[in-house]
Design a protein around this ligand. Sequence first.
Ligand code: KG4
Ligand code: ZN
Length: 360
Amino acid sequence: MYIIDAAEKFNNLYKNHKTKDIIVLGIESSCDETSIAVVKNGREVLSNVIASQIEIHKRFGGVVPEVASRNHLMAIDNVLNEALLKANITLKDIDAIAVTYGAGLMGALMVGVTYAKSLAFALNIPLIKVNHIKGHISANYIATPQLTPPYIALIVSGGHTAIVKVADYVNNILIGSTVDDAVGEAYDKVAKVLGLGYPGGPIIDKMAKTGKPSIKFVKHDMLKNSFNFSYSGLKTAVINYLHNLSQHGEKPNVADVCASFQAEAVGALVEKSIRACKKFKSKTLVVAGGVAANSYLREQLKNSGEQNNIEVLFPPMVLCTDNAAMIAAEGYFNIISNSGLADTDLTATPTLNLKYVAKK
Ligand code: KG4
Ligand code: ZN
């Protein structure tokens, strides 16, 4: 019965979206943020409650999956209540539930997915499955009301580094991606070897402001002419540099190491994404994912964008890192594209990747 009702309601939402408001409840629990949001028509955030576990995981130097799952469980009821209260609605006002089902940590994802399935079933409303990375892209629909596909997106997170052409609300064409580590992962690892703590990205961002980019870590970018990235070489070069210094009994200038690492890490992102915009004739570059919060990347891309007559869009800080508003927005754009309807057999998919359509 649920499946038939949900499918019919989904169909009605799809058919009538131009004339009727759609309220989507988004649920995100893929890593260390428990977040629930209420978003109207994919762009208007009525509430976006985020319970961060960063303080809990800091003492372990990174996210401990089992600890993350347990904390999601403890937080999720309160996060839902707060999200409804802030949006000034009740469960009856929700038209559909959108949930991150991958990529992420298995146990952490399972909490959100199970919660979303139970709520959708109890309320007898459609459940929409959301790919976390596509959610990061959709954060930009909230931030920039006039944004519509097609455009080029640079995806920079803890698990992904890619340039894609966003062809429409559901289809992406892959232009380039990392051949090894993700850029956020490199930030976190470099911060760890420098003893700066977790999460490394924001700390390196801050430290780099007081340093000089005087160290050249990678001599040749083997992927120079392609749109692909490599971050494991840069990470290893930093580790070797520090190792060498310590063997000589010397201490590194941490601020200079941060500034130099960042200059190389960000340099590749800027050069390749702007080149992709030129090649694929896009006047808009959208940046998505946790590393989009990086102040140096924001500054460099804005400058390069201005020089090349390309508008560069970033979500505000709160929508860069993990949050449920972007998941609700992505859910909405799935609904209006007649896509993403899930059933109660939806399972958490830790290794979910972006599905790409072929290059045209
Ligand atoms: O998108 P996100 O919140 O989670 C994933 O889906 O992976 O991204 C987390 C990543 C972490 O690697 C974190 O260090 C990085 O984003 N990050 C930053 C900054 N803020 C967060 N990296 C560089 N500079 C920042 N300001
Ligand atoms: Zn994320």
